[in-house]
Write a protein that binds this ligand. Structure first.
Ligand code: ZN
Ligand code: ZN
Length: 240
């Protein structure tokens, strides 16, 4: 009953085309859903990026780099369709898109997350100035919904983003890491406050492109005694 009234006032908007979704009760138009590229095999055994068949078990990045995370999952390929959707979600206040994103994330990877059984879920933090500008941290929205649904504790301030970074787009791989390494600081008091021994942690973010942000966080977490770090993101780039 109340849901009907809410739907009447705020009809569900499609995360792809932005139009009102018909029929009622769906979160995305059927034709729009068919445009999404769900991650399938063959994918990298470590970061889950789609790979070409001829490649080995791992993508070229995971072969080359010694990432600090154990494994990762993503729901969709970060193609033009998802780029637009995520941009609206992040910068144009389309928070409601999270409902569709998380529904799909849990439908496909909920079981895998439960099996991994992280002690804590942690969204990638954003800098305070960005938070003020946007009014929310998109990764935190996702993390909170996932944590609530799977009954896993979410700690959002375990890492603090302590300085602004140069926009990553302008930088090379190596510069990105250097740029990011000092950007995250471990908040020991928060970990203590929760009185939780954290051995396994699941990082949540919206996108994994070069992986440098997640790698920088995993690096800091690991040097603070958290041994096993996995991630889940909505989207990931392709390796070819
Ligand atoms: Zn649509
Ligand atoms: Zn990989």
């Amino acid at each position: 009953m109340f849901q009907n009234i809410i739907d009447l006032i705020y009809p569900v908007r499609c995360p792809v085309c932005g139009e009102i979704v018909i029929p009622k009760g769906n979160r995305i138009c059927e034709p729009c859903k068919r445009k999404l590229q769900y991650i399938r095999e063959p994918r990298c055994k470590k970061c889950s990026k789609p790979i070409e068949l001829e490649e080995s078990e791992f993508c070229s990045d995971c072969q080359r780099k010694d990432y600090h995370f154990t494994k990762g999952y993503s729901v969709w390929v970060y193609d033009d369709v998802m780029k637009r959707s995520i941009a609206d979600f992040k910068y144009h206040k389309k928070k409601e898109y999270a409902l569709f994103y998380v529904e799909e994330l849990l439908r496909i990877y909920g079981e895998a997350i439960l099996q991994y059984a992280p002690d804590v879920i942690m969204p990638i933090p954003i800098h305070n100035s960005k938070f003020r500008q946007r009014g929310y941290n998109q990764a935190e929205l996702i993390a909170n919904m996932v944590g609530k649904e799977l009954n896993i504790k979410v700690i959002s301030d375990l890492l603090v983003r302590n300085r602004k970074t140069i926009p990553q787009k302008q930088l090379s791989d190596k510069e990105r890491l250097r740029n990011l390494k000092k950007a995250f600081e471990f908040n020991g008091t928060v970990a203590e406050k929760h009185g939780k021994v954290i051995n396994k942690l699941l990082i949540v973010d919206d996108i994994f492109t070069t992986g440098s942000t997640i790698e920088a966080c995993a690096n800091v977490l690991k040097s603070n005694g958290i041994n096993d770090i996995c991630f889940i993101t909505l989207c990931i780039g392709k390796n070819f």
